[in-house]
Write a protein that binds this ligand. Structure first.
Ligand SMILES: [Zn+2]
Length: 357
């Protein structure tokens, strides 16, 4: 579903006519003439004023806080209302008002639970109480730190292929979490999930994967971590609830900076064995629902192990060094794997591998 809109980047006075396309995860804003290609996740968008009949609906995104998008096409606005109902709420129903009141209640609740039970035990129930949309910015900051300057790859056909693959996995989920899946331009073989539904696949993993099914298996596993709220649980364990509240309400950049310097950002990725098994089970269920091979992860691992037997222990260095117990599972459960259609057709797979140019 798509239409037209008007976009200004907030840096110049220019107002550009753009094409707007609503996909599963956000708004794609493009203009060939003005060389604009943007993707605004629904969860990061904010309404500038409450929507009113007869006036263009103006929006911004936390990804581009200065930019403005005005939508006058009623069809596009209607579709947006379905995909991102939170943008159309007013007064007390608005996420920000609810969010601040909610955070105060959460902190009080957490404090009580903490005094009673201790932090590790409350992190799982607490993580489920925090709406994932609240964590979008926090995850974005950690993503920036963990990638330390590595670019996000935005090759157009590759991005489309990545959305196709992600959508194929989440299409069968009853209540899919809001996801922002990106490929980062680093040659390590790794992928990880962060608070707020951010999933990062490093270019090296795409290059070493034997086919789209192996990438699908890794994605399914990371979506499993997101659905189980593991990134949030880890953030609560590493940072404590007070700091989480600061990060969710305020800017929090300095805290993220300090944590990153102490290696805390990497700690976010060191899941417990139990968490890995949960994500493994959730990922496999997802692959089965999407009618994809459940053997691909083990195939990938076995090939990597043959190629480089001594994997480094650095958690950003190798996916399989942080996932040995599950990845070592012998590939043979899925007897029909060879007859299943691949997760992506050949041209989409080529496009995905070239997403970083
Ligand atoms: Zn994992």
């Amino acid at each position: 579903m798509g239409g037209e809109g008007h976009f200004s980047d907030g840096k110049t006075a220019a107002r550009h006519q753009v094409d707007v396309l609503l996909d599963a995860t956000g708004l794609r804003i493009t203009s060939d003439a003005a060389e604009i290609t943007k993707h605004w996740p629904y969860s990061a968008m904010r309404a500038i004023d409450p929507p009113r009949e007869g006036t263009p609906f103006r929006l911004t995104s936390q990804a581009d806080p200065d930019a403005r998008l005005a939508l006058s096409d009623p069809g596009v606005v209607r579709e947006l209302r379905q995909r991102a109902p939170q943008l159309f709420q007013t007064g007390l129903g608005r996420p920000n008002v609810r969010r601040n009141a909610g955070i105060i209640i959460l902190v009080l609740l957490a404090l009580g639970l903490f005094l009673w039970q201790g932090l590790p035990r409350i992190s799982a129930p607490l993580a489920r109480l925090i709406p994932m949309e609240w964590e979008y910015d926090l995850g974005l900051k950690f993503r920036g730190r963990l990638l330390s300057g590595a670019g996000i790859c935005t090759g157009e056909p590759g991005t489309a292929a990545l959305s196709r693959l992600t959508n194929r996995l989440i299409a069968a989920m009853e209540a899919p979490p809001p996801l922002t899946v990106v490929v980062a331009d680093r040659d390590m073989v790794n992928a990880f999930a962060l608070p707020g539904g951010h999933i990062v696949v490093l270019r090296g993993l795409l290059e070493k994967a034997g086919g789209p099914d192996e990438v699908a298996a890794v994605l399914a596993h990371e979506i499993g971590h997101v659905s189980e709220r593991h990134p949030t649980q880890m953030a609560i364990r590493v940072l404590g609830i007070g700091m989480i509240a600061d990060l969710l309400t305020g800017d929090g950049s300095t805290i993220v900076e300090a944590i990153s310097e102490l290696g805390g950002a990497l700690l976010l990725l060191s899941y417990s064995r139990d968490m890995e098994h949960q994500a493994d089970a959730a990922g496999r269920a997802l692959l089965r629902q999407a009618e994809l091979s459940t053997d691909a992860m083990a195939n990938f691992f076995n090939r990597m192990r043959k190629a480089a037997p001594a994997a480094s222990g650095n958690s950003l260095a190798g996916y399989f060094s942080s996932h040995p117990p599950l990845a070592a599972r012998i590939a043979s459960e899925d007897e029909t794997a060879a007859r299943r259609p691949a997760a992506l057709d050949a041209s989409s797979w080529r496009a995905l591998r070239k997403i970083c140019g």
